[in-house]
Design a binder for this molecule. Structure first.
Ligand SMILES: [Zn+2]
Length: 398
């Protein structure tokens, strides 16, 4: 079992050790030391990086026997002394996220009696999964804000954080948030009197060093509530980024940041109103063309009259309106809203017309790479507008 130096001193970044073994691996060398300050991936906290004997540490893992294996980019001589340097910014960031997770889990336990199941400390943000006593997977927005506020108050109280291996009596008396998953070598973390649980991770010596905790969201996930959060510099950068984005958006809309929601809603309302007006105008223009379309209609052999027309810019509803009008006047109506690829297509015919619009549209549009079909009197599709109309007219006039 490797002696874990970070248990006693999580701030230790430089240490001396002896190489016990060095095994070549596919992507480097696995090095075993008698003692190490490198944290191996475990308990949701990722491994430390740094250098070992001048070699880059690429990964650190722990085996079932408690041996810590350092994956390095070159061989190290067995039985020789070696110096290790842990990359501190990465480690301290992990300590902040990890300790923040304890504060968050502690508050969720005290406020809601919610059980935190697992921690996942990611490259961007971290998540915990919470089992709520009523089985629900959500809490109200104001409850989340309250949780976040309580955590940050406790962070600012700069509560002492203590980690130690308790005696059986101490373990018995400890106000544990949940039962330990293991029975041997139980290590406890206690944050003031707000959190106490078994944990083998690295944490700062007081809560103030977490700096800040921000909950990003809380959503149902696999039967539990998954809470996504950031701490420390990550939370600070999140604030910096959000602030800059809001500032940019406010400038674009020439308003103050706090007026943004109202300004965006007003803009959205105006856009919808303008779209409605534009649709109505296009339709009235299209209906203005109706007399000319009817006058120039083709008369088919069977006596039916046919209109084929590209009504540029009409949406599907507009096409339906125009087709309804023309069909109502007794015309077989073939409409597209654009000449080119991707046009909306609408074929309609008055009752009793021998031609089947659904079959006609399907037969014309499919060979041209579009799609469509429908009933004998009404069919819709999409495809190259002008080509489809030409093909349909050729069919009907043949
Ligand atoms: Zn911990």
């Amino acid at each position: 079992m490797t002696e874990r130096l970070y248990y006693a001193d999580p701030y230790l970044t430089h240490f001396s050790a002896t190489v016990l073994a060095c095994r070549p691996e596919r992507n480097g060398y696995h090095v075993l030391l008698d003692r190490s300050a490198f944290y191996p991936t475990s308990g949701g906290q990722p491994y430390d990086t740094g250098t070992l004997g001048g070699r880059q540490v690429l990964d650190v893992s722990v085996d079932k026997g408690g041996k810590i294996w350092h994956l390095v980019d070159g061989p190290l001589e067995p039985d020789s002394p070696v110096e290790g340097h842990v990359d501190w910014p990465r480690r301290f960031d992990h300590m902040q996220q990890h300790a923040g997770e304890h504060m968050l889990a502690g508050v969720i336990w005290h406020m809601l009696r919610g059980h935190t199941i697992g921690l996942h400390l990611g490259a961007e943000d971290s998540t915990i999964d919470v089992e709520l006593p009523d089985g629900s997977m959500r809490v109200e927005e104001d409850v989340l804000l309250e949780i976040e506020e309580r955590v940050n108050r406790q962070i600012q109280q700069d509560l002492p954080i203590r980690c130690w291996f308790p005696t059986p009596e101490e373990l018995e008396a400890a106000p544990l948030r949940k039962r330990p998953a293991v029975s041997d070598h139980i290590r406890l973390i206690q944050v003031g009197d707000v959190e106490c649980v078994a944990c083998g991770g690295t944490h700062p010596s007081s809560s103030g060093q977490i700096g800040l905790l921000k909950i990003l969201d809380a959503r149902p996930s696999r039967g539990k509530m998954r809470v996504r959060f950031v701490c420390g510099m990550r939370a600070f950068r999140q604030f910096q980024k959000s602030h800059a984005l809001l500032d940019q958006a406010a400038r674009v809309l020439s308003t103050a940041m706090e007026n943004l929601p109202g300004a965006v809603k007003a803009l959205n309302d105006r856009l919808h109103e303008a779209e409605r007006a534009l649709r109505a105008q296009r339709l009235s223009l299209a209906l203005q063309d109706a007399p000319a379309l009817m006058e120039n209609a083709l008369t088919l052999a069977a006596g039916s009259r046919l209109i084929a027309h590209v009504a540029e810019g009409l949406d599907r509803d507009g096409l339906v309106e125009l087709a309804r009008y023309l069909t109502g006047q007794g015309f077989i109506t073939l409409l597209a809203n654009a000449k080119e690829e991707g046009a909306a297509l609408l074929f309609s015919a008055p009752e009793g017309t021998p031609a089947d619009m659904g079959r006609l549209l399907s037969a014309c549009v499919k060979p041209l790479g579009g799609k469509g079909g429908g009933k004998p009197d009404f069919a819709q599709g999409a495809g190259p507008g002008e080509q489809v109309l030409k093909a349909a007219m050729a069919h009907l006039t043949a």
